[in-house]
Design a protein around this ligand. Structure first.
Ligand SMILES: [Zn+2]
Length: 256
């Protein structure tokens, strides 16, 4: 006899006490699953405002789109992305890892020099789930210091690695005057080839979109992810948006 049938037999043979015990267990399970779902929503979903007010899109009537690039800087991808953006006169936002800024300071300076916005993406790109407030503060502060030391700019925007938020992140960001920026359209460019990246963005693109792409990785090449597919996809993404009547704008347009 399997466990399900045994349980049914136990409940049907039993008294009201057994039945009410089973109902209690079922309610307990529903509550636990509900809490787990709520926590997952709060921690992972980019549009969730549970932990902190986030900017993840702009006004729908704006006809503007914002491009964001995470995890860099990293050669040669950041340079190639910057070349394409310059060619099209687009200003994007780069969420930099402090460690990569120290590895490639000239690239970080070029991003700023060419008029793009830079944000804090922590120092070493850790997963923030379950981390202490002290740990998160140290990661954010180290990145702020590295970025300011190298570029002369102290970021006012923050994006958590993997989009993961945790308890304690809210006050840590508030104390430092940092605003959280997430996204509304994802290119999945850490795993897709160029054609799939283009399709992923094209199928979800909307007026007011904040698009997430990557120009680097927390590990430098060759250990890090190869972002050449992002570079290959970028011209087609720009063309698709432009043909749809959308204009690329700096993130500041969405921060009012
Ligand atoms: Zn990242």
């Amino acid at each position: 006899m399997d466990w399900g049938r045994r349980l049914c037999a136990w409940a049907s043979e039993g008294s009201n006490v057994r039945r009410s015990a089973m109902v209690s267990v079922a309610i307990g399970l529903i509550i636990i699953l509900g809490c787990a779902g709520g926590l997952a929503y709060a921690c992972i979903i980019p549009s969730s405002h549970v932990f902190h007010p986030v900017v993840n899109r702009g006004p729908a009537e704006s006809r503007n789109v914002v491009l964001t690039f995470d995890d860099g800087p990293a050669p040669p991808f950041t340079e190639q992305v910057l070349d394409i953006l310059a060619e099209h006169g687009i200003r994007a936002t780069f969420f930099l890892c402090g460690k990569n800024v120290e590895r490639y300071p000239e690239l970080a300076r070029r991003i700023v020099r060419e008029g793009h916005t830079i944000g804090n993406h922590t120092y070493s790109h850790p997963f923030l789930f379950g981390k202490s407030r002290r740990f998160m503060a140290r990661e954010i502060d180290r990145a702020q210091e590295a970025i300011e030391r190298v570029t002369g700019v102290r970021p006012t925007l923050f994006r958590p690695p993997y989009g993961a938020r945790w308890f304690g992140l809210v006050p840590t960001l508030s104390e430092r005057g940092l605003r959280m920026v997430m996204w509304s359209v994802m290119g999945f460019d850490w795993k897709y080839k160029a054609r799939a990246i283009i399709w992923a963005i094209k199928s979800r693109l909307h007026s007011g979109a904040v698009v997430l792409l990557h120009d680097g990785h927390e590990q430098p090449p060759p250990a890090g992810v190869d972002q050449s597919a992002t570079v290959q996809a970028l011209p087609a993404i720009i063309e698709t948006a432009t043909r749809s009547g959308l204009t690329f704008a700096p993130i500041e347009k969405f921060l009012a």
